[in-house]
Design a protein around this ligand. Structure first.
Ligand SMILES: Cc1ncc(COP(=O)(O)O)c(C=O)c1O
Length: 420
């Protein structure tokens, strides 16, 4: 882990000492011992989030640990000052988008229990999903089935194919709130049609936080020869993802939400046999590399290596805290919030009532309020930032490891006052 001394040294060595380096504040602390009673308070101190505001919008973009910002800034500094050192004989360390970056891809593969060569680095979920949707061999009349609760970044590239090539795009309606795994399973089962060739769904729905029974859904689709593509924008860094156990054909995700990596970091994984058949959408020299399929997609032109360093640091931070510990904490705080909300009769919760289908996303509204109003009330009364979900669905309130019970007590107090 970088120390203040190394940061200052790199500053001193640089001819372009940027004032932005001051954002580091104190050096990133060593991680506390998990037995420490102040463990989570100390983890909170590993983040740069201002203490005079409360952040509940990880579902849009997460807060980065200090060490991530430090690594990104150090590399940016190096690029700005010392790019002349790059002799083009060594292939990595200055820009991304041209090199296979096997170590980072391996780290991602370990996180989701996949094979590294079938992992490609992307800028986000939208580009990962576009590479899959635009790259799959599909014929006019083939159907892509999805739900009515998908994010635009998950569904839109399939709609492009509908308009351009006559692929059929269909949304099946999922309720909000979803009542049970069986309910979802039966809706999807009934929606699958003989012409369905692809089933694309979120692993965790963005507008309710419902974790879908993807293993059972994928088994059902597989039995009918349907390709399954899962959108993991809200899962990576939050809940355990094991693509082998799920049995899906493709999985996309990003690191800038729950993983605390810089914005502009994502990936796609496509089953080895299937990725061989996938056309590249953004193409460069490696477009036809049949040895390293993930590299074909990872090579997408000059990119920001500094954010790759930050992503790597975020993955290390996550692994050091421990994915299970992160999940347990997120889940504990999410349940704490939902338990409090359930005691308020005027509050309607749109996340599933079945706690097994929830983790750190809770969507709810107070009778008579819009989401915009509720969002503003949170800010005006407590400098708290959940995110509006429009007129009907209130706010999406995310809990992460940098949040606390005290913050949730205060948030519940605000809701109670509004619902009173
Ligand atoms: C389910 C889902 N899919 C896709 C996206 C888009 O992600 P990105 O901005 O990484 O492309 C989001 C963002 O909120 C999302 O929640």
């Amino acid at each position: 882990m970088s120390t203040r001394r190394t940061v200052l040294k790199s500053l001193a060595l640089s001819s372009l000492a940027l004032p932005a380096m001051n954002v580091f504040g104190e050096p990133a602390p060593e991680l506390p011992n998990p037995n420490d009673p102040d463990y989570w308070k100390k983890i909170r101190d590993s983040f740069m989030l201002s203490k005079d505001k409360v952040f509940f919008n990880t579902g849009t973009v997460g807060a980065m640990p200090k060490v991530v910002v430090q690594k990104v800034a150090e590399h940016f500094q190096k690029l700005a000052a010392d790019v002349a050192d790059w002799d083009y004989k060594t292939d990595i360390g200055w820009i991304s988008g041209y090199y296979p970056m096997p170590d980072i891809r391996k780290k991602i593969a370990q996180l989701i229990n996949a094979d590294a060569p079938s992992i490609a680095l992307t800028d986000n979920v939208t580009s990962a999903m576009s590479y899959i949707a635009l790259g799959l061999e599909l014929n006019r009349g083939d159907e892509v089935l999805t739900s009515n609760q998908e994010h635009g970044g998950g569904r839109s590239s399939w709609m492009v194919r509908e308009k351009r090539e006559g692929i059929k795009y269909r949304e099946t309606v999922l309720p909000k709130p979803i009542r049970s795994n069986d309910e979802v399973l039966s809706i999807i089962r009934n929606a699958l049609a003989p012409e369905t060739k692809v089933l694309m769904l979120s692993h965790m729905l963005t507008g309710s936080g419902a974790i879908l029974p993807v293993k059972e859904i994928c088994a059902e689709a597989k039995a009918r020869g349907i390709i399954t593509v899962l959108d993991g924008a809200q899962t990576i860094g939050q809940i355990n993802v094991d693509v082998a156990a799920i049995g899906c054909d493709a999985y996309v995700g990003c690191f800038h939400k729950w993983m605390g990596a810089p914005p502009g970091t994502g990936f796609m994984w496509v089953r080895p046999e299937l990725i061989k058949t996938l056309w590249t959408t953004v193409s460069s020299y490696q477009w036809n590399n049949r040895e390293d399929e993930g590299f074909r997609f990872t090579q997408r032109g000059t990119g920001n290596y500094s954010v790759m360093i930050g992503m790597d640091a975020a993955l290390d931070f996550h692994n050091e805290v421990g994915p299970q510990r992160v999940y347990d904490r997120i889940k504990f705080l999410g349940s704490y919030l939902r338990d409090g909300l359930r005691k308020m009769p005027k509050v309607k919760i749109f996340s599933p009532a079945d706690e097994a289908m929830c983790a750190g996303i809770t969507v709810y509204n107070v009778a008579g309020l819009t989401g915009a109003r509720l969002q503003d009330e949170f800010w005006n009364r407590g400098r708290m930032r959940p995110r509006s979900q429009g007129d009907e669905f209130g706010v999406r309130h995310c809990t992460h490891i940098y949040n606390s019970e005290q913050e949730l007590d205060k948030a519940l107090g605000i809701v109670n006052a509004l619902a009173g």
